[in-house]
Design a binder for this molecule. Structure first.
Ligand SMILES: *[C@@H]1O[C@H](CO)[C@@H](O)[C@H](O)[C@H]1NC(C)=O
Ligand SMILES: *[C@@H]1O[C@H](CO)[C@@H](O)[C@H](O)[C@H]1NC(C)=O
Ligand SMILES: *[C@@H]1O[C@H](CO)[C@@H](O)[C@H](O)[C@H]1NC(C)=O
Length: 486
């Protein structure tokens, strides 16, 4: 990366002897860092010289912004890797920079000191370097699944009102780091009400039927914007991705090659990082859309959050907000209790058993007056309209459940629940089974016994005459318009 060029250029210059006095300046600057204290700007002169040197050097060019944050950069090889950085305006007094990372879980025990180096200025013009570094706060996301590496969020609290363009992370307060992250700043105002984040696409993912059904069904219930992380997708998918990207309802974020050993959960030897880093992807998505989306959900491609009783996600949440909990009722009489509000909304998992459904069992559709419905459902492999056999086992909240969060209220998101809300006065609202469920379509169930006494659940069928034409027209549109375009 170009950032390395700073060092290369630097040494070239040093050895050519042309600007050797700068070397002394540089050493001086380093020397002031010898103690564990933050380096102080003891001499304005030195700093100016240093900046002057940086701006004079032809090789000092920041990396092309379009290519930063698309590789994992090492803070320390085999210890800590960082991917993306976001300006979090919630923190008092000046906000903070949140960095999406993973590190060896051994490091969590050691609690190493890490430092942020902040770079101010406009990305394509000159920039200045602030030698005063800030200590990093490390928040592990406790979803490492006993792997060698686990997800974490690094926080650098900003020292003043200025917002840096870039951040570097190092293990010492004076060493210039070998990594550079562009800082994403919040957009002006919310542009989406519901954003759905999806785990990285893996295994050359090519299931255009599942993708279309997932997007169209969740859209029906309220999703407006989808964020996909592309790790390994098959070109068969591209026409579909293009059609959604062009429509502006999808964002595709590159999920770059992971610098540690990754594999499926059951693989032998087991992977070093759980599930291709999906927890970091979730955190990245939450922070990416924290200030431009009112709500964020993290759902897998074989899942749908299905409201019952004709609700949408929005009316569900309105209903939840009107519902007084026991706590609220107690609070009416004990007014000094804090006002605890819902920061997230949880949906219980119920498995739908694809293997239990035989084609002839699409019989349940016969009473519906929808010409060709059955052939369309078969041709487009629509699971939610053909698989009604559901496990009688309802998983409790927190186990396989998924949730919709107000990202502004969340500090550390987890896959099935919020690890830490931003404020202590926030809680997870738990939907009752008869209000909304997470439908989870699977061939094989993860646990034996979960499939006993499967019974029919026809909830999604009520949406057949809306959902089916949507799915059909998407396939037709993509095939006629985008085919052959890769
Ligand atoms: C920097 O980028 C901005 C926006 O892309 C552009 O308007 C400006 O002219 C650029 N400045 C230089 C010096 O390239
Ligand atoms: C994905 O496709 C590439 C190129 O065809 C192939 O090399 C790779 O092994 C495939 N990966 C998986 C997980 O199937
Ligand atoms: C059902 O379909 C038949 C044949 O397509 C049509 O004649 C009839 O009007 C439809 N009934 C309703 C209630 O839509």
């Amino acid at each position: 990366m170009s950032f390395r060029c700073i060092n290369h250029g630097f040494f070239l210059l040093v050895f050519s002897g042309v600007m050797s006095y700068l070397f002394l300046e540089y050493i001086d600057l380093n020397a002031s860092c010898a103690s564990q204290h933050m380096p102080k700007m003891r001499s304005k002169f030195k700093l100016t010289k240093f900046q002057h040197w940086l701006s004079q050097l032809k090789t000092v060019r920041l990396p092309d912004v379009s290519i930063v944050n698309t590789v994992w950069q090492a803070v320390v090889e085999k210890q800590t890797y960082v991917l993306s950085a976001f300006h979090d305006i919630r923190d008092e007094p000046y906000g903070s920079i949140r960095i999406m990372a993973f590190s060896s879980t051994y490091q969590w025990l050691l609690q190493p000191r890490l430092y942020c180096h902040l770079w101010y200025g406009q990305s394509n013009i000159s920039f200045s370097y602030v030698p005063a570094t800030v200590r990093i706060q490390i928040d592990p996301i406790r979803e490492a699944h006993n792997r060698r590496y686990g997800p974490e969020i690094l926080t650098c609290y900003l020292p003043d009102i200025r917002v840096p363009e870039f951040v570097s992370i190092s293990t010492s307060n004076c060493q210039i780091a070998d990594n550079l992250l562009h800082i994403k700043k919040p957009d002006e105002q919310p542009t989406h009400s519901f954003t759905v984040c999806v785990a990285p696409l893996i295994h050359n993912y090519s299931n255009v039927y599942q993708l279309t059904e997932f997007i169209e069904s969740n859209r029906l219930f309220g999703a407006e914007h989808f964020v996909f992380y592309d790790y390994e997708s098959d070109p068969l998918l591209y026409p579909y991705l293009r059609s959604y990207l062009k429509e502006g309802i999808m964002q595709l974020v590159q999920w770059p090659s992971i610098p540690v050993y990754v594999a499926d959960g059951e693989a032998e030897p087991p992977p070093d990082l759980h599930s291709y880093g999906q927890v970091v992807a979730l955190a990245d998505c939450v922070y990416r859309h924290m200030f431009d989306s009112q709500f964020v959900a993290y759902i897998d491609l074989d899942e749908m959050i299905v409201p019952r009783g004709g609700h949408t996600w929005r009316t569900l949440i309105q209903k939840a907000n009107q519902q007084n909990s026991l706590y609220d009722r107690i609070r009416l009489y004990v007014p000094f209790l804090p006002n605890i509000q819902s920061g997230a909304f949880s949906f219980r998992n119920r498995f739908f058993l694809i293997s239990k459904q035989q084609v002839s069992k699409v019989d349940h559709l016969r009473h519906l007056n929808f010409s060709d419905a059955m052939s369309l459902i078969t041709n487009y492999h629509i699971k939610s309209l053909s698989v009604t056999k559901a496990s009688s086992k309802y998983y409790p909240h927190g186990v396989r459940s998924k949730y919709i969060m107000r990202p502004m209220q969340v500090l550390i998101p987890g896959i099935h629940f919020v690890f830490k809300f931003y404020s202590v006065n926030r809680r997870m609202f738990k939907f009752e089974d008869d209000t909304a469920m997470l439908h989870h379509y699977r061939y094989c169930l993860p646990e034996t016994g979960a499939d006993v006494e499967a019974d029919d659940d026809f909830t999604v069928l009520a949406y057949l005459d809306v959902l089916l034409p949507r799915i059909q027209s998407r396939h037709k549109f993509v095939r006629s318009t985008f085919n052959g375009m890769h």
